[in-house]
Design a protein around this ligand. Structure first.
Ligand SMILES: Cc1cc2nc3c(=O)[nH]c(=O)nc-3n(C[C@H](O)[C@H](O)[C@H](O)COP(=O)(O)OP(=O)(O)OC[C@H]3O[C@@H](n4cnc5c(N)ncnc54)[C@H](O)[C@@H]3O)c2cc1C
Length: 379
C-alpha cells in the first residue's frame, strides 16, 4: 500500500473518524441506504463530536484544524458512508463564505447554531433552470426598505430538510447574470420558507436532498453576506472551499472499494485457486491503487495550498475531477472483481458503486471542472 506521513493530530482525527464509522455507521448504514433515509441520530452524534467545525477558527467556535487534517478526517468518514461524511463537509461549504466575508453578527449566528448547538447548514445555489449556469438563477431578492423579499425555488439541496442555516444565492438584479447575484444568510423557520420535495436517489441515499421553497421570505438587509452583487463570488468561494473535501470523500470511497476487492479476490476461488493469483486481476488492483493514490496526492496538495493561503481554483478543479473520476472507475472495477456477486445488494461494493456517481456531478460537474482547467490554459 502507498505510504503517507501523518502528523499526530491527523492520526488522532483518523482514529476518531474510524471509531465513529465502525461503531455508529457500519452496523446500520445499509438500512438507511435501503430506505433512502437520513441517519439523523448518527449525524447528531457527529455534530456533538464537532465534525462540522473542523477547519474553522477557534475564535468563532471552530476546531481550528488545518484543511489537510479536515481532508484526512472526511476521507476516513467516507470509507464508512459518503452521505454521513457529506452532511458535515457540505455544512462547511455553506458556512465558509460567512466565516471569511460575513459580518461579526453573522459569524456569531454560525458559532451559536452550527458549532455550539451542533447544527447543519445548506448551500443553496441550484435551481430547476440553473445548474451549471448559476447566472440563470431565477430566485429573486427584492429590496423593500431595510429588508429583502426572497421568492423562488432551490432544488437538490443537501441537508436541506435538517439544516438550521442556509446560504442562499438569489438574483438582486436579473439583468446582470452572475454579477447580479447576492448571497443571503437565511435561518430555519423564516416565515414563507419551506422544505419541498425530497429526492429519491440512485445512490448517496443517506444524504438528505430536497427542494427549498421561498414564498415572500423576508430577511433583514443585514442577512446579505459579502456585499450586494457578490453572490457569485461567495458561491465560488464556497465551492473552492468544498472541492478538496469532495475529493477527499471520493478518495475514501475508492479506498474502501479497493480494500473490499483485495479481501474478496484472496478468498474467491475459481479454477482451483484464488482469483488473486491471476495477473489480470493483480493488474486491475494495481491500477486501482495507482488511481486512488494519485487522487489522494492531488487532494492533499490542494489542502496544503489552502493551508498556505495560496489560490487553489485550478488545482481544486483538477483534484475534484481526478479524485471523483478515480472513485467511479475504482468502484466499477471493484464490482467487476466481485463478478455477479458484486451486483448484489448483499455485497458491499454495489452500494459503493451507486454512491460514487454523484461525486462526478455535485459541486460543479466534472465537465465544468475541465472547463475551469481549460480556461486557465487558454486565457
Ligand atoms: C444528490 C445531489 C446533491 C446536490 N447538492 C447540492 C447542494 O447542496 N446545493 C446546490 O446548490 N446544488 C446541489 N446539487 C446540484 C448540483 O450541483 C447540480 O446538479 C450540478 O451543478 C449540475 O447541474 P444540473 O443538474 O442542472 O445539470 P446541467 O447544468 O443541466 O448539466 C447537464 C449536463 O450538461 C453538462 N454541461 C453543462 N454546461 C456545460 C458546458 N458549458 N460545457 C460542457 N458541459 C456542460 C454538465 O456537465 C452535465 O453533464 C446537488 C445535486 C445532487 C444530484
Amino acid at each position: 500500500m502507498a505510504f503517507h506521513v501523518y502528523t499526530e493530530e491527523q492520526q488522532d482525527m483518523i482514529a476518531l473518524a474510524k471509531q465513529f464509522g465502525e461503531q455508529a455507521v457500519d452496523p446500520v448504514i445499509a438500512e438507511y441506504d435501503e430506505k433512502g433515509e437520513f441517519p439523523e441520530e448518527i449525524v447528531n452524534t457527529g455534530l456533538e463530536m464537532g465534525l462540522q467545525s473542523l477547519d474553522f477558527p477557534e475564535e468563532w467556535g471552530g476546531a481550528g484544524l488545518s484543511t489537510k487534517t479536515a481532508c484526512v478526517t472526511f476521507e476516513e468518514l467516507a470509507k464508512h458512508d459518503t452521505g454521513v461524511a457529506c452532511a458535515f463537509s457540505v455544512t462547511g461549504t455553506a458556512i465558509a463564505p460567512i466565516m471569511k466575508y460575513g459580518t461579526d453578527a453573522q459569524k456569531a449566528v454560525v458559532q451559536k447554531k452550527i458549532f455550539e448547538e451542533g447544527g447543519l447548514a445548506s448551500f443553496c445555489l441550484t435551481e430547476p433552470g440553473a445548474g451549471s449556469d448559476s447566472g440563470a438563477s431565477r430566485t429573486t431578492a427584492v429590496k423593500d426598505g431595510d429588508k429583502y423579499i426572497l421568492n423562488g425555488n432551490k432544488i437538490f439541496i443537501t441537508n436541506g430538510g435538517y439544516a438550521k442555516l442556509f446560504l442562499v444565492i438569489a438574483a438582486t438584479d436579473k439583468s446582470k447574470g452572475n454579477k447580479g447575484l447576492t448571497a443571503f444568510l437565511v435561518e430555519k423557520g423564516a416565515k414563507g420558507f419551506s422544505v419541498g420535495k425530497e429526492e429519491n436517489k440512485c445512490g448517496f441515499r443517506s444524504s438528505n436532498t430536497v427542494e427549498l421553497v421561498f414564498d415572500n421570505v423576508e430577511v433583514s438587509e443585514d442577512a446579505v453576506v459579502g456585499g450586494v452583487g457578490n453572490g457569485f463570488k461567495m458561491a465560488m468561494y464556497a465551492l473552492d472551499h468544498g472541492r478538496p473535501y469532495i475529493g477527499a470523500v471520493a478518495v475514501g470511497l475508492g479506498q474502501r472499494a479497493l480494500e473490499e476487492a483485495v479481501k474478496y479476490v484472496k478468498e474467491r476461488q475459481q479454477f482451483g485457486r484464488p482469483i488473486a493469483d491471476n495477473q489480470g486481476v493483480q493488474w486491475m488492483l494495481a491500477d486501482m491503487e495507482m488511481q486512488i493514490e494519485s487522487a489522494r496526492c492531488l487532494v492533499y496538495h490542494v489542502a496544503e495550498l489552502i493551508d498556505e493561503g495560496q489560490p487553489i481554483t485550478v488545482n481544486g478543479s483538477i483534484a475534484k475531477c481526478m479524485a471523483t473520476d478515480a472513485a467511479m472507475k475504482v468502484c466499477t472495477d471493484a464490482v467487476q472483481l466481485f463478478g455477479g456477486y458484486g451486483y448484489m445488494k448483499e455485497y458491499p461494493v454495489e452500494k459503493l458503486f451507486r454512491d460514487a456517481k454523484i461525486f462526478q456531478i455535485v459541486e460543479g460537474t466534472n465537465q465544468i471542472q475541465r472547463m475551469v482547467v481549460a480556461r486557465s490554459l487558454l486565457k
